[in-house]
Design a protein. Structure first.
Ligand code: V55
Ligand code: FE
Length: 483
């Protein structure tokens, strides 16, 4: 195959690894707790081929899944590419056929109309199925033990949307998967298809609504009684895409909206709340107290994605891209269309996580990737392709506003953490955080296990990987009792 271009996205720690690994009994420094019993799945972009157009953004690489299986103080690693339609077509051709991110007009005519999904953003377990997700396409089912790709999953023919979010929410009490697709009728369309999937994998509720404007809806909020669609102006344009410019860009003039609907509501029930231009993408958690609805999101003054440039040509503003977890509160029964904002922490960061047993309800503990620029770092080695420089892991106590940080050192960066409860009945926050450390000096990865209640103490176990796992996006923990 053709060599990858000598660009920051493809060199050093970011060089595509393309390695599918099987390592039995990884080397452990310290002791793995004996109550770590289950599997951590995560996924990220790892391009199979050099980009068709000479360069590409990180978000467009082929999904590579890793699986860490823990039992009896030991851990095994398995990693596999998701055999998406795109992956198979390109492997057959021996080169890239699909072009720019979310731009079907930049593809080789031979693949016009084909599924462009890369399955590179999240991997979730529901109804005994492992689903690899990219928000522009349907889920791809994988075998939870072998990581063999089973194929595109359409919920027994019932998935009416062309797309499916990478951030579905699983209700820990009912087992339902609450989810949606945006740009549901194609690139740069306003249609949002909302679904409730029952615990046995059947779509049991479907609603179609229209977004106030065409944009990326990367994540959403789900409470016991409501769903919340954050509409933020990372806007799309088919016109720009056809002209060979980025499909998505930042519009610094548009308001943001929160579209709120009862979980089993209809399109007529949706209420749109409104606030001035600002940025938010990921949801830490959401919950409601009667008609009072709270949604917690890392919020920034402006765009956090340098690779989705300002559509008016303004340069990227790193300071205004700093995000802090903020609680937005609205009353579904209020007369007006405004909502309140309260900043919950001074920590700057994203990739928010919780103890998922407390999803959709009032909760106390949040975890996230933190960018602490007061700490020393080696600029040569600490390169970032996500747009965010992550050197700390943070814990926020939302009841007190206090926080705790673990600093990974000047030549390492961190990926998104996952919370692992000590047991099914442990109190909220009683458990571990697993987090991949990118060792920029050694071009290698470590999986760190920390006590979620004592982050500042550092890892209780460091799992040394003999390989490098490229910067990933999201993942989830599946206890052995659930698999
Ligand atoms: C994100 C990541 C994506 C994507 C859209 O915010 C948004 C993260 C890895 O792909 O397609
Ligand atoms: Fe995400």
């Amino acid at each position: 195959m053709k060599a990858f271009p000598q660009q920051p996205t493809y060199t050093g720690f970011n060089e595509p690894s393309r390695v599918e690994a099987d390592v039995c009994d990884l080397e452990v420094e310290g002791e793995l707790p004996l109550d770590l019993n289950g599997t951590y799945y995560r996924v990220g972009p790892d391009p199979q081929y050099a980009p068709r157009l000479g360069s590409d953004i990180y978000f467009n690489g082929d999904g590579m899944v890793s699986m860490f299986r823990f039992k009896n103080g030991r851990v095994d690693l398995k990693s596999r590419y998701v055999r998406t339609d795109k992956f198979k077509l390109e492997q057959e051709a021996g080169h890239a056929l699909f072009g720019a991110y979310r731009n079907p007009w930049s593809d080789d005519p031979a693949v016009q109309g084909k599924n462009r999904g890369t399955a590179n953003t999240n991997i979730v377990f529901h109804n005994g199925q492992l689903l690899a997700l990219k928000e522009d396409s349907p889920p791809v089912a994988m075998d939870p033990d072998t990581l063999e790709t089973i194929g595109n999953w359409d919920f027994n023919g019932k998935l009416s949307s062309q797309t499916f979010t990478a951030h579905p929410k699983i209700d820990p009490q009912t087992g339902e998967m609450v989810c949606f697709g945006y740009s549901a009728t194609g690139v740069d369309t306003p249609d949002i298809a909302y679904y409730v999937v029952g615990p046995t994998g059947e779509i049991v509720h479907e609603v179609w609504i229209k977004s106030p404007y065409n944009c990326m809806i990367h994540d959403f909020g789900v409470t016991r009684d409501f769903v919340i669609f954050p509409i933020v102006p990372v806007v799309s344009s088919a016109e720009r895409a056809k002209a060979g410019r980025p499909t998505f860009g930042w519009d610094g003039t548009k308001d943001i909206y929160l579209g709120v609907m009862p979980r089993r509501g209809t399109a007529r029930d949706v209420r749109w709340f409104r606030a001035p231009n600002q940025f938010a993408s990921h949801v830490m958690n959401a919950f409601n107290e009667g008609s009072k609805v709270h949604i917690d999101m890392p919020r920034a003054e402006s765009n956090m994605f340098p690779f989705f440039p300002d559509i008016s040509g303004k340069p990227f503003d790193r300071e205004r891209a700093a995000a802090r977890v903020t609680r937005w509160t609205l009353d579904f029964n209020s007369k007006g269309d405004t909502f309140e904002a309260r900043q919950m922490t001074s920590l700057v960061g994203d990739f928010p996580r919780i103890d998922d047993r407390y999803a959709m309800e009032s909760y106390r503990h949040g975890y996230l990737c933190v960018s602490d620029l007061t700490k020393p770092y080696d600029a040569l080695r600490g390169g970032s392709i996500t747009g965010m420089f992550i050197n700390c892991l943070g814990h926020i106590d939302l009841a007190t506003g206090k926080h705790e940080e673990y600093f990974v050192g000047p030549t390492s960066t961190l990926q998104e953490p996952v919370f692992i409860p000590k047991s099914a009945t442990a109190a909220e926050g009683e458990g571990y955080l697993a987090v991949l450390a990118n060792r920029h000096e050694e071009l290698r990865s470590d999986l760190l296990i920390l006590d979620a209640q004592r982050l500042a103490d550092g890892p209780i176990a460091t799992v040394h990987l003999p390989v490098r796992l490229r910067q990933g996006l999201h993942g989830n923990w599946v206890p052995a009792t659930a698999a």
